[in-house]
Structure formats: C-alpha cells, structure tokens
Write a protein that binds this ligand. Structure first.
Ligand SMILES: [Zn+2]
Ligand SMILES: [Zn+2]
Length: 278
C-alpha cells in the first residue's frame, strides 16, 4: 500500500507517514484468534501509534512507542531532528531508548519536546539516561518543556512552527499538534472549544478512534465522526485502532466520504512537490 494522498497543507513541502496505527497492544493482539488478528490483509497489522512529520528537511517523530525501532527501519529514517510527545502512556514512550542510533548518527543529544508529566515519566522509566555519568551507549536527550508559559501556544523546531492542541484523555492532559493545515490528535476523549478554534481551517486530520463502543478515555468511532462534522477537514484518517473495531476493509466501507481508516505506512503529502530537496 504505497498510495500517496495529496492535499494543500499550506506549506512548501510536507510529508506525513503513519508509522503505527494500532492501540496500546497493537494488532494482532498476542494470542488472539479473532478475524482481525488473523486477517491476511497487511493493513490489519497495526504497530503502536506514532507519526513521522517531515517539513522541508526537518524530520520529527511524534511519540516513541514500543515499535519505534521497527518503524524507523521500515521507513528507512536515517536522520531525525526531534521527538515530540503527546502524553506519558507507555505505548507512546516505551521505545525511547532507541534514540541511541540517532545520537550516534548526529553525534548529539536528541531534542525532545515534552510536557512536565511526560518529562517525569521519561526520567523515571529511563533513569539511566539522566544520571551524572555519561557512559557511552546511553540514550541522550535534551528535553524542551512543552506548554510552558512562554510557549503556551506552540513551539518552533528548526524554523517549522508547531501549534499545541490541548485535549483530554479522561483525566490526563494530552497535546495534539498542528503543522500548517495538518493536525494530529491521538488519545483523546474531549476537545475543548479553545482547541476547536485552533483546528479551524485544518485540511487533513489524523485522529484516534479506538473502537465502536464507548470508552472512558478514548473517543469511540461515532464520537470521532462528530468531531469531523465540526472541524470539516478535507480528509480524516483514523488511528490508534483496536482489533475490536473490525477489519480495515469492512470499517472503510462504513465510513462517510472523506474519512479513511489509517494504516501503517500510509503517506500524506502536500500538493506542491517541487521543494522536496530543500
Ligand atoms: Zn495510546
Ligand atoms: Zn494514552
């Protein structure tokens, strides 16, 4: 599946790759023999949710789940400028140790953007990376704090502007992100009005839709379709999908026009192609 989907995202060159589109356990789920977990359709294999956003020559990954290494190898990512975190759940952090490869490639610490709670979790789960001694082979990160007063609206990575989209994941604060007219919001069950305002004019939205049944901390499919009605993007791609939502093909057939089931490796590009070597 290497269909490329093009939209006018209001920036000179943008390439977005869905690195993983599965919920915390991934799909297939270990030991599960359901129709989805045993499906022969490669689109029903979902690594943990993450995304690669490339604007000009600036590459950023949002979240490093347990599948980070496999995702970097699959997409042949040879250079990475920064990692941005949505929230501190393990399925979004667990692969951070593998930034070591990029530390070696670039010979510097990885620039990381994280809110206070994510920073706390990183310092706890990867305590060995934050000690006084800098032994060779340890992951090196330089944490920039997200959502501090000076940067409550967003931040800039190598000249690329990122707008913060604060949302709720039950009682947890999560950041979605807007880059140009592209927006990414995962692990959400409530979007405040102030964030809807920041979503105004978004052309492509990638948003999590766990399953059809109600869930305490994730939007169900119907709830996501209400968000789509309100934001009115040209295209919406669903991510963070559970095996319970059904097979890719069956689910796609049920969705309204302009709403697509995301899949691992799905690429979304800007219309203007000429600046690719910028
Ligand atoms: Zn998650
Ligand atoms: Zn989560």
């Amino acid at each position: 599946m290497n269909t490329i989907n093009r939209y006018d995202l209001g920036l000179e060159y943008v390439k977005i790759t869905l690195l993983g589109t599965g919920t915390s356990q991934g799909v297939p789920v270990i030991g599960c023999k359901c129709d989805v977990c045993t499906s022969g359709d490669v689109r029903d294999n979902r690594l943990r949710t993450s995304i690669l956003i490339e604007v000009r020559d600036v590459s950023v990954v949002v979240d490093t789940g347990p599948d980070f290494r496999v995702q970097m190898l699959r997409e042949d990512v040879c250079s990475l400028d920064a990692i941005v975190y949505t929230h501190e759940h393990k399925d979004h952090l667990a692969g951070m140790d593998d930034v070591r490869a990029f530390n070696q490639i670039h010979n510097r610490a990885m620039e990381v953007w994280a809110n206070k709670d994510v920073e706390k979790a990183l310092r706890r789960d990867f305590f060995y990376a934050f000690g006084d001694t800098k032994e060779g082979g340890l992951p090196q990160v330089n944490i920039n704090s997200l959502g501090s007063k000076e940067e409550s609206n967003g931040f800039i990575i190598k000249g690329v502007e990122w707008t913060l989209l604060p949302v709720k994941h039950y009682n947890m604060d999560v950041y979605g992100f807007r880059v140009g007219d592209f927006a990414y919001v995962t692990d959400v069950n409530f979007i405040p009005d102030s964030t809807y305002e920041k979503l105004d004019g978004v052309k492509v939205l990638v948003i999590s839709a766990l399953r059809k049944e109600w869930h305490q901390s994730h939007f169900s499919l119907d709830e996501v379709l209400e968000v789509v009605e309100r934001v009115k993007p040209e295209a919406t791609y669903l991510t963070h999908l559970s095996h319970l939502i059904g097979k890719h093909e069956d689910l796609q057939a049920e969705l309204p026009e302009g709403v697509f089931v995301g899949w691992d490796g799905c690429v979304i590009e800007n219309l203007k192609k000429e600046a690719t070597d910028g």
